[in-house]
Design a protein around this ligand. Structure first.
Ligand code: 5GP
Length: 117
């Protein structure tokens, strides 16, 4: 069994600062924010990562984008925000539960991290 901290947050076994929640997804503050606003938008259905997304998840995945808009509205991110999904060895995800990072609250600078290697 993979240790999935986000399932524990969804099941309210582990506390989190929840911003919004529906039957299908939860949005909560990242514990180590990388920007003034750093929210994680997580489907309640356990999907390990992008490679596990199935055709039947099409609607749910779309709802995560709509959720991002709703969270941004709630947090008054009227100057915009950035969404990130990390995937695989090169993307470097740490938590084995699909999640969208929503970053904002300041000008986020370069759109792609410079590759110095
Ligand atoms: P990843 O690198 O997998 O794309 O991002 C995982 C994110 O989850 C990281 O930004 C990390 O700070 C956040 N995170 C890890 N554990 C916890 C936790 O227990 N609570 C919250 N709120 N965020 C967490």
């Amino acid at each position: 069994m993979i240790d999935d901290i986000f399932c524990k947050i969804i099941n309210k076994e582990v506390p989190a600062d929840i911003i919004m929640e529906t039957d299908e997804w939860m949005a909560f503050k990242d514990i180590r924010p990388q920007a003034p606003v750093h929210i994680l938008i997580v489907p309640k259905k356990h999907i390990q990562d992008i490679s596990f997304v199935k055709e039947e998840d099409r609607e749910l995945i779309g709802k995560l984008i709509i959720a991002a808009n709703e969270v941004a509205d709630k947090l008054k991110l009227d100057k915009g925000f950035r969404l990130i999904l990390n995937q695989g060895e090169h993307g470097g995800p740490l938590v084995p539960h699909l999640h969208v990072h929503l970053l904002g609250g300041k000008h986020l600078g370069a759109k792609i991290v410079a590759d110095t290697n």
